[in-house]
Each structure stands twice: as C-alpha cells, then as structure tokens.
Design a protein around this ligand. Structure first.
Ligand SMILES: NC(=O)c1ccc[n+]([C@@H]2O[C@H](COP(=O)([O-])OP(=O)(O)OC[C@H]3O[C@@H](n4cnc5c(N)ncnc54)[C@H](OP(=O)(O)O)[C@@H]3O)[C@@H](O)[C@H]2O)c1
Length: 339
C-alpha cells in the first residue's frame, strides 16, 4: 500500500510517499481502508517536535530519540471502510463505514490501518462524507471533552480562544448545542466563517485583547494556551470555569490548582481520553445537521508536504483534509453543509 513515511524530525520535506506492506488485522483488530484523514497543527508540531520543553523529551522517548523509529507513519484521524476483521471482532463487520482516531498508534497517512475494535472508532453516518467525518476524532472529541467538563448551562456565556481551527470550529457548534452564547476569538477573514457556523460575537485578537475589554464569561475555553492567565481568571463570572486545552508550562498548571482551591473559579486542564461513545454522540449531531465540519482545503496523500506547509501558514480555517482516494466534490460537500 502507499503510505507517508516519516524518516526524520524536520521540515515538511521529511514526509515521503513510499510503498509499504499492507497491515493485517490481529484477532481483536479491524483493517480500515482509509478514504480521508487530516493534516493538523498537532501533526506539524509532532513532525518537527515543536512542543513546549516539558513535552518534548517524553515525545522523543516515545517516538525515537534522534529520529522517529517507533511510529514511522504519521496521521491520527481517519474516516474509511472496514475491509477485514480479526477472528474475535464483534462490533464491526466488513463494509462498515467508520471514523475516529488511532490515538498514539498513528498511521493514518496511509491507504490502510489496523485498529483495535475497542478503540476510539465508531460507525460513520452514511449521509456524512468521509472528508467531513475524518477530523471529528480531533476537533470534535477535544471540544466535546472540554465543554462537557465545563458543565455548560443554557444561557451561559462562553468565550473560545483560538476558535478558527479544528477544535474551535467544532467547539463553537457544540457550545451552541449546549445552549451557550458564544464569543469566538481568532483573526481576520476567519471571523466571517465563525459567525456563519454560529458564533454570536467575534473578537479579532490582533485588534483587541478579550481579557482587557471589561467583558465577563462563565466559561473561557483557551484552545491554544495563549490567553493571559491572571487576566483570563479575572474575566470569569463567579463560578466561572477556565479551560486550558494546551498548557504551555507547568507553572500554569500549578497556578490553576491554586485558583481552583482558593476561589469560586475553576481552572481545568485534563487530557482528553477519546471514546467511541463520544464519537457516536458527535455522529448523531452530524446526522441531525447540528454539527458541520469546516473544510478549508483538500489534498491528495501524495501532496502531504504541501498540506503541512499550508497548515503552517496559520491561514487555515477549520480543517485540511487528506484524501487517499480522490473525491473531487469534497469541498462542495463541505461548503454545502454549512449553508
Ligand atoms: N492535547 C492534545 O492531545 C491535543 C490534541 C489536539 C490538538 N492539540 C493542540 O491544540 C492546539 C489547537 O489545535 P487545533 O487543531 O484546533 O489548531 P489550529 O487548527 O491551528 O487552530 C488554532 C487557531 O488559533 C488561532 N490563534 C493563534 N494564536 C492565537 C491567539 N493568540 N489568540 C487567538 N487565536 C489564536 C490560530 O489562528 P492564526 O494562526 O491565524 O493566529 C488558529 O486559527 C494545537 O496546538 C494542537 O497541537 C492538542
């Protein structure tokens, strides 16, 4: 099969298209023919190990100290069709359309991947395209996880910082589904799309610091770890929750624990633990037309380096999709679903 193999840490050019053996499922695994995956900011950070210092060493220990040796095919999120099942598999059958994530096994920049049937994989609604389903295992699950632990009540004011990316564009829609009034923070042209998918208000972070404008929120969801800590806590209403999806340093975690212990505000970090039942919930929302995937661009697998270069411009809104079998109308499907 064709796959993108990752030979070194570095620029997008380290990603090479190669012919590699097609995997065979173990007794508890399903073999998925991948139709779509996604190139994410996280993939780019992983490719060149651009992480905060306290994450870099554990990542090297996991992936390989000098070059990636333990996991050689990147890519974590997928939508595809079950092509074969192991002897003990009962949740899935050959021909099922599925979507989800391979977690730390990676391997979705490829035509096929094997995943345990009990992994974070769920049936894909037939009406949702592979391209629209592939990024849900990232942005949909991350957003659902944090907005669920925030226990959002109808009518609460939620601010989402870094709202124009994968997690944020799902986050806006999920927060609206929970009944929140949503303010989305990002920049430039992206803000139009964020209003289109449901944001009640938008703030351009290049023009205005949300934590200095006198507004208060019940929930601040900081996806990129860039909101100023003290000012964000001060921008919370009583009993407010400050969700930090990507703490940039251990000091934030320590300060968060102190705020949570000594005030009526809560600072919440928690790693997401992707689950099939959460994917099933998101699938229901998609099927009901309440959750859409914002697709910026689609690239074929062979052009993965170009896709990474585009993601690294910071211009993408929503998601960049990688197709392993070309669906020429993917962009149309995505745009149509937002009308
Ligand atoms: N913890 C985990 O397991 C996990 C899982 C998935 C993702 N992540 C991480 O979560 C982060 C977000 O993921 P994503 O896929 O949603 O990223 P993304 O698609 O790149 O979206 C991030 C958005 O934040 C905006 N932004 C950048 N600086 C900002 C600022 N100072 N204020 C407000 N907005 C700002 C970016 O716009 P501009 O670039 O135009 O500024 C972009 O639209 C990534 O760093 C990713 O690695 C972590």
């Amino acid at each position: 099969m064709q796959a993108i193999v990752w030979t070194q840490y570095g620029s997008p050019d380290v990603l090479k298209l190669r012919e590699v053996p097609k995997p065979a499922p173990k007794s508890n695994e399903i073999l998925i023919k991948i139709h779509a995956t996604t190139a994410t900011t996280g993939d780019c950070e992983m490719r060149n190990l651009r992480f905060p210092y306290w994450i870099r060493l554990p990542m090297r220990l996991y992936l390989g100290l000098r070059k990636p040796t333990r996991v050689t095919i990147p890519g974590t999120y997928l939508a595809g069709e079950v092509e074969a099942i192991g002897a003990d598999v009962s949740r899935f059958s050959v021909g099922d359309q599925v979507f989800g994530t391979t977690l730390f096994g990676f391997g979705t920049y490829a035509e096929y991947v094997c995943v345990p049937e009990k992994g974070a994989i769920a049936p894909k609604p037939a009406a949702v395209s592979y391209e629209a389903a592939a990024p849900v295992g990232l942005g949909g699950l991350e957003a659902l996880h944090f907005l669920t632990i925030a226990n959002i009540q109808s009518g609460e004011k939620v601010l989402i910082n870094g709202a124009g990316g994968s997690i944020g564009t799902y986050g806006i829609q999920i927060a609206k589904h929970f009944g929140a009034e949503v303010t989305a923070v990002d920049s430039g042209e992206k803000l139009k799309k964020l209003r289109q998918i449901g944001a009640d208000g938008v703030i351009d972070y290049t023009q205005q610091d949300f934590s200095q404008n006198g507004q208060h929120y019940d929930v601040i969801f900081d996806i990129i770890g860039k909101s100023p800590f003290s000012a964000s806590v001060r921008s919370l209403n009583p009993n407010g929750r400050y969700l930090i999806a990507n703490p940039t340093g251990l000091i934030q975690v320590v300060r968060g624990k102190l705020v949570s212990r000594n005030s009526d505000r809560k600072v919440l970090f928690e790693m997401t633990s992707p689950k099939a039942k959460d994917l099933a919930f998101l699938a229901e929302l998609m099927e009901a037309g309440k959750l859409h995937t914002v697709i910026d661009r689609c690239y074929p697998l062979a052009q993965i380096a170009d896709a990474h270069r585009y993601v690294e411009t910071g211009q993408k809104v929503g998601n960049v999709i990688i197709t392993t079998s070309p669906h020429a109308d993917a962009q149309d499907k995505a745009d149509a679903s937002l009308e």
